[in-house]
Design a protein around this ligand. Sequence first.
Ligand SMILES: Cc1ncc(COP(=O)(O)O)c(C=O)c1O
Length: 399
Amino acid sequence: MNQAFPRLQTYPFEKLAALRAGIEPPAGRTLIDLTIGEPKHPTPQLITAALAANLAATARYPTTAGGMDLRASVAAWLTRRYRLPPALVDPARHVIPVNGTREALFAVAQLLIDRTRERPVVVMPNPCYQVYEGAALLAGAEPWYVDCTAATAYLPDYDSVPESVWARCQLVYACSPGNPTGSVLGAGALARLLERAERHGFVIAADECYAEIYLDERAPPPGLLEVAAAAGNDGFRHCLVFHSLSKRSNAPGLRSGFVAGEARLVQDFLRYRTYHGCAMPLYVQAASIAAWNDEEHVRANRAIYRRKFDAVVGILAPVLGVSRPAAGFYLWAAIAADDQDFARELYAHEAVAVLPGSYLGRAAHGSNPGARHLRMALVAGEEQCIEAAERIRHHLGSR
Ligand SMILES: Cc1ncc(COP(=O)(O)O)c(C=O)c1O
Protein backbone atom coordinates (compact mmCIF):
# COMPACT_ATOMS: atom_id res chain seq x y z
CA MET A 1 0.00 0.00 0.00
CA ASN A 2 1.16 3.50 -0.80
CA GLN A 3 2.36 4.93 2.56
CA ALA A 4 0.55 8.21 1.90
CA PHE A 5 -2.84 6.62 1.33
CA PRO A 6 -4.04 7.03 4.94
CA ARG A 7 -3.24 10.74 4.68
CA LEU A 8 -5.87 11.33 2.00
CA GLN A 9 -8.52 13.60 3.51
CA THR A 10 -12.23 12.94 3.43
CA TYR A 11 -13.78 14.76 0.49
CA PRO A 12 -15.71 17.98 1.41
CA PHE A 13 -19.02 16.45 0.34
CA GLU A 14 -18.59 13.52 2.71
CA LYS A 15 -17.92 15.98 5.53
CA LEU A 16 -21.04 17.87 4.51
CA ALA A 17 -23.15 14.70 4.59
CA ALA A 18 -21.88 14.02 8.13
CA LEU A 19 -22.65 17.61 9.17
CA ARG A 20 -26.25 17.27 7.99
CA ALA A 21 -26.82 13.73 9.27
CA GLY A 22 -30.19 13.44 10.99
CA ILE A 23 -31.33 16.95 10.00
CA GLU A 24 -34.30 17.44 7.70
CA PRO A 25 -34.90 20.74 5.94
CA PRO A 26 -38.33 22.25 6.70
CA ALA A 27 -41.18 20.26 5.15
CA GLY A 28 -42.73 21.84 2.09
CA ARG A 29 -39.65 23.80 1.09
CA THR A 30 -37.66 22.76 -1.93
CA LEU A 31 -33.97 22.33 -1.19
CA ILE A 32 -31.72 24.71 -3.13
CA ASP A 33 -28.26 23.22 -3.47
CA LEU A 34 -25.35 25.64 -3.89
CA THR A 35 -22.69 23.18 -2.77
CA ILE A 36 -21.45 21.38 -5.86
CA GLY A 37 -19.53 23.10 -8.63
CA GLU A 38 -21.42 21.26 -11.34
CA PRO A 39 -22.69 23.54 -14.11
CA LYS A 40 -26.44 23.16 -14.54
CA HIS A 41 -27.02 25.16 -17.71
CA PRO A 42 -27.90 22.84 -20.60
CA THR A 43 -25.10 21.40 -22.72
CA PRO A 44 -25.27 23.17 -26.12
CA GLN A 45 -26.92 21.21 -28.88
CA LEU A 46 -23.88 21.59 -31.15
CA ILE A 47 -21.97 19.39 -28.68
CA THR A 48 -24.61 16.72 -28.14
CA ALA A 49 -25.28 16.57 -31.91
CA ALA A 50 -21.58 15.97 -32.66
CA LEU A 51 -21.49 13.32 -29.95
CA ALA A 52 -24.52 11.51 -31.35
CA ALA A 53 -23.27 11.72 -34.92
CA ASN A 54 -20.04 9.95 -33.98
CA LEU A 55 -21.24 7.10 -31.82
CA ALA A 56 -20.21 4.55 -34.44
CA ALA A 57 -16.63 5.35 -33.41
CA THR A 58 -17.12 3.06 -30.41
CA ALA A 59 -15.89 0.37 -32.80
CA ARG A 60 -12.35 1.84 -32.77
CA TYR A 61 -9.66 2.31 -30.16
CA PRO A 62 -8.67 5.95 -29.73
CA THR A 63 -5.01 6.92 -29.41
CA THR A 64 -3.79 8.54 -26.19
CA ALA A 65 -2.42 11.50 -28.14
CA GLY A 66 -5.86 12.21 -29.64
CA GLY A 67 -6.61 13.09 -33.25
CA MET A 68 -4.71 15.89 -34.91
CA ASP A 69 -8.04 17.57 -35.74
CA LEU A 70 -8.86 17.92 -32.03
CA ARG A 71 -5.35 19.09 -31.14
CA ALA A 72 -5.44 21.63 -33.97
CA SER A 73 -8.79 22.99 -32.72
CA VAL A 74 -7.33 23.35 -29.25
CA ALA A 75 -4.18 25.08 -30.54
CA ALA A 76 -6.32 27.48 -32.58
CA TRP A 77 -8.52 28.19 -29.55
CA LEU A 78 -5.49 28.85 -27.32
CA THR A 79 -4.07 31.18 -29.97
CA ARG A 80 -7.34 33.15 -30.25
CA ARG A 81 -8.14 33.22 -26.55
CA TYR A 82 -4.69 34.32 -25.39
CA ARG A 83 -3.71 36.35 -28.46
CA LEU A 84 -0.63 34.17 -29.00
CA PRO A 85 1.56 34.61 -32.07
CA PRO A 86 0.25 32.41 -34.92
CA ALA A 87 1.85 28.94 -35.04
CA LEU A 88 3.49 29.31 -31.62
CA VAL A 89 1.34 26.47 -30.28
CA ASP A 90 2.18 23.36 -32.29
CA PRO A 91 -0.74 20.89 -32.04
CA ALA A 92 1.64 17.96 -32.54
CA ARG A 93 4.05 18.88 -29.72
CA HIS A 94 2.31 21.19 -27.28
CA VAL A 95 -1.20 19.76 -26.77
CA ILE A 96 -2.80 16.51 -25.59
CA PRO A 97 -6.42 15.73 -24.70
CA VAL A 98 -7.39 14.68 -21.17
CA ASN A 99 -10.59 13.19 -19.79
CA GLY A 100 -11.46 16.28 -17.74
CA THR A 101 -8.83 18.23 -15.86
CA ARG A 102 -9.32 16.36 -12.59
CA GLU A 103 -7.64 13.16 -13.69
CA ALA A 104 -4.88 15.08 -15.44
CA LEU A 105 -4.15 17.36 -12.47
CA PHE A 106 -3.82 14.25 -10.35
CA ALA A 107 -1.78 12.23 -12.84
CA VAL A 108 0.72 14.97 -13.63
CA ALA A 109 2.13 14.90 -10.10
CA GLN A 110 2.68 11.14 -10.38
CA LEU A 111 4.81 11.78 -13.46
CA LEU A 112 6.70 14.85 -12.31
CA ILE A 113 7.65 14.23 -8.70
CA ASP A 114 11.11 12.77 -8.20
CA ARG A 115 10.90 11.00 -4.83
CA THR A 116 14.63 10.37 -4.76
CA ARG A 117 15.34 14.07 -4.25
CA GLU A 118 15.27 15.27 -0.67
CA ARG A 119 11.74 15.85 0.67
CA PRO A 120 9.94 17.01 -2.49
CA VAL A 121 7.41 19.81 -2.06
CA VAL A 122 4.30 20.70 -4.06
CA VAL A 123 3.08 24.27 -3.55
CA MET A 124 -0.69 24.90 -3.74
CA PRO A 125 -3.21 27.56 -2.74
CA ASN A 126 -5.13 27.29 0.53
CA PRO A 127 -8.10 26.85 0.33
CA CYS A 128 -7.96 24.83 -2.85
CA TYR A 129 -9.31 22.06 -5.03
CA GLN A 130 -8.53 19.01 -2.93
CA VAL A 131 -7.20 16.92 -5.81
CA TYR A 132 -3.90 18.88 -5.70
CA GLU A 133 -3.30 17.75 -2.15
CA GLY A 134 -4.07 14.08 -2.79
CA ALA A 135 -1.95 14.13 -5.94
CA ALA A 136 1.03 15.54 -4.05
CA LEU A 137 0.74 13.07 -1.18
CA LEU A 138 0.38 9.98 -3.35
CA ALA A 139 3.32 11.13 -5.48
CA GLY A 140 5.48 11.14 -2.33
CA ALA A 141 5.66 14.93 -1.88
CA GLU A 142 4.69 17.23 0.96
CA PRO A 143 2.04 19.85 0.20
CA TRP A 144 2.99 23.44 1.04
CA TYR A 145 -0.16 25.49 1.47
CA VAL A 146 -0.10 29.18 0.52
CA ASP A 147 -2.90 30.92 2.40
CA CYS A 148 -5.35 33.04 0.41
CA THR A 149 -7.07 35.47 2.77
CA ALA A 150 -8.94 38.76 2.59
CA ALA A 151 -5.60 40.43 3.41
CA THR A 152 -4.12 39.14 0.13
CA ALA A 153 -7.31 39.72 -1.91
CA TYR A 154 -7.77 35.93 -1.69
CA LEU A 155 -4.69 35.38 -3.84
CA PRO A 156 -1.70 33.24 -2.87
CA ASP A 157 1.15 35.38 -1.57
CA TYR A 158 4.09 33.49 -3.03
CA ASP A 159 6.52 35.81 -1.23
CA SER A 160 5.39 34.14 2.01
CA VAL A 161 6.94 30.82 0.92
CA PRO A 162 10.39 30.37 2.52
CA GLU A 163 13.39 30.03 0.19
CA SER A 164 14.12 26.62 1.75
CA VAL A 165 10.70 25.45 0.52
CA TRP A 166 11.22 26.83 -2.98
CA ALA A 167 14.53 24.96 -3.05
CA ARG A 168 12.67 21.65 -2.59
CA CYS A 169 9.65 22.58 -4.71
CA GLN A 170 9.14 20.42 -7.80
CA LEU A 171 5.60 21.43 -8.75
CA VAL A 172 3.26 24.40 -8.17
CA TYR A 173 -0.47 24.10 -8.66
CA ALA A 174 -1.76 27.56 -9.54
CA CYS A 175 -5.53 27.88 -9.79
CA SER A 176 -6.69 31.00 -11.60
CA PRO A 177 -9.54 31.87 -11.67
CA GLY A 178 -9.60 30.38 -8.21
CA ASN A 179 -11.89 27.79 -6.76
CA PRO A 180 -13.32 28.69 -4.24
CA THR A 181 -12.27 32.33 -4.12
CA GLY A 182 -12.97 33.52 -7.68
CA SER A 183 -9.81 35.61 -7.58
CA VAL A 184 -7.58 35.92 -10.62
CA LEU A 185 -3.78 35.94 -10.73
CA GLY A 186 -2.75 38.94 -12.81
CA ALA A 187 -0.18 38.78 -15.58
CA GLY A 188 2.44 40.28 -13.25
CA ALA A 189 1.90 37.65 -10.57
CA LEU A 190 2.07 34.85 -13.16
CA ALA A 191 5.25 36.33 -14.62
CA ARG A 192 6.90 36.46 -11.18
CA LEU A 193 5.88 32.85 -10.52
CA LEU A 194 7.41 31.89 -13.84
CA GLU A 195 10.66 33.64 -12.90
CA ARG A 196 10.69 31.59 -9.71
CA ALA A 197 10.11 28.43 -11.76
CA GLU A 198 13.15 29.31 -13.88
CA ARG A 199 15.25 29.93 -10.78
CA HIS A 200 14.25 26.79 -8.90
CA GLY A 201 13.45 24.44 -11.77
CA PHE A 202 9.89 23.52 -10.80
CA VAL A 203 6.91 23.02 -13.13
CA ILE A 204 3.79 25.19 -12.91
CA ALA A 205 0.54 23.29 -13.38
CA ALA A 206 -1.85 26.14 -14.09
CA ASP A 207 -5.41 24.98 -13.51
CA GLU A 208 -7.31 27.34 -15.80
CA CYS A 209 -10.55 25.39 -15.93
CA TYR A 210 -12.60 28.47 -14.94
CA ALA A 211 -10.81 30.71 -17.46
CA GLU A 212 -13.92 31.14 -19.58
CA ILE A 213 -16.33 32.15 -16.81
CA TYR A 214 -15.55 35.82 -16.19
CA LEU A 215 -17.74 38.79 -15.50
CA ASP A 216 -16.14 41.59 -17.48
CA GLU A 217 -16.34 40.75 -21.17
CA ARG A 218 -13.43 43.14 -21.86
CA ALA A 219 -11.13 41.58 -19.27
CA PRO A 220 -10.67 37.83 -19.74
CA PRO A 221 -8.34 36.37 -17.10
CA PRO A 222 -4.75 36.10 -18.31
CA GLY A 223 -3.26 32.65 -18.80
CA LEU A 224 0.15 31.17 -18.13
CA LEU A 225 1.04 30.48 -21.78
CA GLU A 226 0.20 34.07 -22.70
CA VAL A 227 2.45 35.37 -19.93
CA ALA A 228 5.25 32.98 -20.92
CA ALA A 229 5.06 34.07 -24.56
CA ALA A 230 5.05 37.76 -23.57
CA ALA A 231 8.22 37.14 -21.54
CA GLY A 232 9.94 35.60 -24.57
CA ASN A 233 9.51 32.06 -23.23
CA ASP A 234 8.27 30.82 -26.61
CA GLY A 235 8.85 27.18 -25.76
CA PHE A 236 6.62 27.49 -22.63
CA ARG A 237 9.47 26.23 -20.43
CA HIS A 238 8.17 25.02 -17.02
CA CYS A 239 4.54 25.56 -18.07
CA LEU A 240 1.57 23.22 -18.27
CA VAL A 241 -1.95 24.62 -18.51
CA PHE A 242 -5.11 22.61 -17.85
CA HIS A 243 -8.38 23.52 -19.58
CA SER A 244 -11.78 21.91 -19.51
CA LEU A 245 -15.08 21.94 -21.34
CA SER A 246 -16.94 21.16 -18.11
CA LYS A 247 -17.47 24.78 -17.07
CA ARG A 248 -16.82 26.58 -20.36
CA SER A 249 -19.34 24.57 -22.32
CA ASN A 250 -21.60 23.17 -19.58
CA ALA A 251 -20.47 19.66 -20.37
CA PRO A 252 -19.19 18.17 -17.08
CA GLY A 253 -20.37 14.71 -18.15
CA LEU A 254 -18.45 14.79 -21.41
CA ARG A 255 -15.17 14.50 -19.48
CA SER A 256 -13.13 16.54 -21.88
CA GLY A 257 -10.23 18.90 -21.46
CA PHE A 258 -6.64 19.33 -22.56
CA VAL A 259 -3.15 19.96 -21.27
CA ALA A 260 -0.82 22.26 -23.17
CA GLY A 261 2.66 23.61 -22.55
CA GLU A 262 6.35 22.78 -22.82
CA ALA A 263 6.82 20.13 -25.52
CA ARG A 264 9.12 17.94 -23.45
CA LEU A 265 6.69 17.86 -20.53
CA VAL A 266 3.70 17.23 -22.79
CA GLN A 267 5.48 14.39 -24.59
CA ASP A 268 6.55 12.81 -21.28
CA PHE A 269 3.01 13.15 -19.96
CA LEU A 270 1.75 11.51 -23.15
CA ARG A 271 4.07 8.55 -22.57
CA TYR A 272 2.93 8.32 -18.94
CA ARG A 273 -0.69 8.42 -20.05
CA THR A 274 -0.16 5.67 -22.59
CA TYR A 275 0.60 3.34 -19.69
CA HIS A 276 -2.13 4.83 -17.53
CA GLY A 277 -4.73 3.98 -20.19
CA CYS A 278 -6.74 7.15 -20.47
CA ALA A 279 -7.33 7.82 -24.15
CA MET A 280 -10.28 10.08 -24.99
CA PRO A 281 -13.05 8.24 -26.87
CA LEU A 282 -13.35 9.30 -30.51
CA TYR A 283 -16.97 10.49 -30.16
CA VAL A 284 -15.90 12.70 -27.23
CA GLN A 285 -13.11 14.07 -29.41
CA ALA A 286 -15.64 14.94 -32.14
CA ALA A 287 -17.92 16.71 -29.65
CA SER A 288 -14.92 18.54 -28.18
CA ILE A 289 -13.87 19.88 -31.57
CA ALA A 290 -17.36 21.33 -32.02
CA ALA A 291 -17.14 22.94 -28.58
CA TRP A 292 -13.65 24.49 -28.90
CA ASN A 293 -14.56 25.86 -32.35
CA ASP A 294 -17.55 27.83 -31.06
CA GLU A 295 -17.54 30.96 -28.89
CA GLU A 296 -21.17 32.00 -29.15
CA HIS A 297 -22.42 29.51 -26.56
CA VAL A 298 -19.60 30.53 -24.22
CA ARG A 299 -20.51 34.22 -24.41
CA ALA A 300 -24.17 33.35 -23.80
CA ASN A 301 -23.13 31.24 -20.81
CA ARG A 302 -21.15 34.12 -19.30
CA ALA A 303 -24.15 36.43 -19.72
CA ILE A 304 -26.28 34.06 -17.61
CA TYR A 305 -23.68 33.95 -14.81
CA ARG A 306 -23.32 37.73 -14.93
CA ARG A 307 -27.08 38.18 -14.43
CA LYS A 308 -27.06 35.72 -11.53
CA PHE A 309 -24.11 37.40 -9.80
CA ASP A 310 -25.69 40.85 -10.21
CA ALA A 311 -28.97 39.69 -8.69
CA VAL A 312 -27.53 37.58 -5.87
CA VAL A 313 -24.81 40.06 -4.84
CA GLY A 314 -27.45 42.82 -4.92
CA ILE A 315 -29.46 40.88 -2.34
CA LEU A 316 -26.58 39.66 -0.16
CA ALA A 317 -23.97 42.44 -0.19
CA PRO A 318 -25.88 44.63 2.30
CA VAL A 319 -25.95 41.77 4.86
CA LEU A 320 -22.95 39.57 4.09
CA GLY A 321 -19.26 39.97 3.18
CA VAL A 322 -19.66 39.28 -0.54
CA SER A 323 -18.86 41.03 -3.77
CA ARG A 324 -18.85 39.98 -7.39
CA PRO A 325 -15.81 37.76 -7.97
CA ALA A 326 -13.47 38.48 -10.86
CA ALA A 327 -14.29 35.12 -12.40
CA GLY A 328 -15.61 31.61 -11.83
CA PHE A 329 -19.11 30.77 -10.64
CA TYR A 330 -18.60 30.79 -6.87
CA LEU A 331 -19.42 33.36 -4.26
CA TRP A 332 -16.85 33.22 -1.49
CA ALA A 333 -18.56 34.90 1.42
CA ALA A 334 -16.97 35.98 4.70
CA ILE A 335 -19.32 35.43 7.63
CA ALA A 336 -19.21 36.50 11.28
CA ALA A 337 -20.00 33.00 12.53
CA ASP A 338 -18.67 29.46 12.55
CA ASP A 339 -19.06 28.27 8.96
CA GLN A 340 -20.18 24.74 9.86
CA ASP A 341 -22.81 26.01 12.30
CA PHE A 342 -24.03 28.50 9.75
CA ALA A 343 -24.24 25.92 6.94
CA ARG A 344 -26.12 23.50 9.22
CA GLU A 345 -28.61 26.17 10.33
CA LEU A 346 -29.19 27.36 6.80
CA TYR A 347 -29.96 23.81 5.72
CA ALA A 348 -32.24 23.15 8.70
CA HIS A 349 -34.17 26.44 8.65
CA GLU A 350 -34.11 27.62 5.04
CA ALA A 351 -33.46 24.49 2.96
CA VAL A 352 -30.39 26.06 1.37
CA ALA A 353 -27.22 23.98 1.09
CA VAL A 354 -23.86 25.78 1.08
CA LEU A 355 -20.33 24.47 1.62
CA PRO A 356 -18.49 25.46 4.83
CA GLY A 357 -15.27 27.15 3.73
CA SER A 358 -13.19 25.32 6.32
CA TYR A 359 -13.76 22.06 4.39
CA LEU A 360 -11.72 23.49 1.52
CA GLY A 361 -8.81 24.83 3.59
CA ARG A 362 -6.14 23.50 5.92
CA ALA A 363 -4.87 24.97 9.17
CA ALA A 364 -1.31 24.74 7.90
CA HIS A 365 0.05 27.97 9.32
CA GLY A 366 -1.95 28.35 12.52
CA SER A 367 -5.49 28.94 11.26
CA ASN A 368 -7.67 27.64 8.47
CA PRO A 369 -8.13 30.45 5.90
CA GLY A 370 -11.39 28.83 4.76
CA ALA A 371 -12.94 29.11 8.21
CA ARG A 372 -15.72 31.68 8.62
CA HIS A 373 -16.34 31.54 4.89
CA LEU A 374 -19.01 29.89 2.79
CA ARG A 375 -18.75 28.73 -0.80
CA MET A 376 -21.89 29.15 -2.85
CA ALA A 377 -21.91 27.79 -6.39
CA LEU A 378 -24.30 29.83 -8.51
CA VAL A 379 -24.95 26.92 -10.82
CA ALA A 380 -28.71 26.54 -10.36
CA GLY A 381 -31.20 28.52 -12.44
CA GLU A 382 -31.46 32.29 -11.97
CA GLU A 383 -34.75 32.13 -10.07
CA GLN A 384 -33.43 29.47 -7.72
CA CYS A 385 -30.24 31.44 -7.05
CA ILE A 386 -32.29 34.55 -6.26
CA GLU A 387 -34.61 32.54 -4.01
CA ALA A 388 -31.56 31.10 -2.21
CA ALA A 389 -30.11 34.58 -1.68
CA GLU A 390 -33.41 35.79 -0.24
CA ARG A 391 -33.58 32.84 2.12
CA ILE A 392 -29.99 33.50 3.26
CA ARG A 393 -30.80 37.14 3.86
CA HIS A 394 -33.89 36.11 5.82
CA HIS A 395 -31.81 33.70 7.90
CA LEU A 396 -29.24 36.40 8.70
CA GLY A 397 -32.05 38.70 9.79
CA SER A 398 -33.57 36.11 12.09
CA ARG A 399 -30.30 34.91 13.64
C1 LIG B 1 -10.37 24.08 -9.57
C2 LIG B 1 -10.87 22.91 -10.32
N1 LIG B 1 -10.01 22.24 -11.11
C3 LIG B 1 -10.40 21.17 -11.81
C4 LIG B 1 -11.71 20.71 -11.75
C5 LIG B 1 -12.06 19.48 -12.53
O1 LIG B 1 -12.93 19.72 -13.56
P1 LIG B 1 -13.07 18.70 -14.78
O2 LIG B 1 -12.42 17.42 -14.38
O3 LIG B 1 -14.53 18.55 -14.98
O4 LIG B 1 -12.37 19.34 -15.93
C6 LIG B 1 -12.64 21.36 -10.96
C7 LIG B 1 -14.01 20.86 -10.87
O5 LIG B 1 -14.85 21.29 -10.14
C8 LIG B 1 -12.21 22.50 -10.22
O6 LIG B 1 -13.06 23.17 -9.43
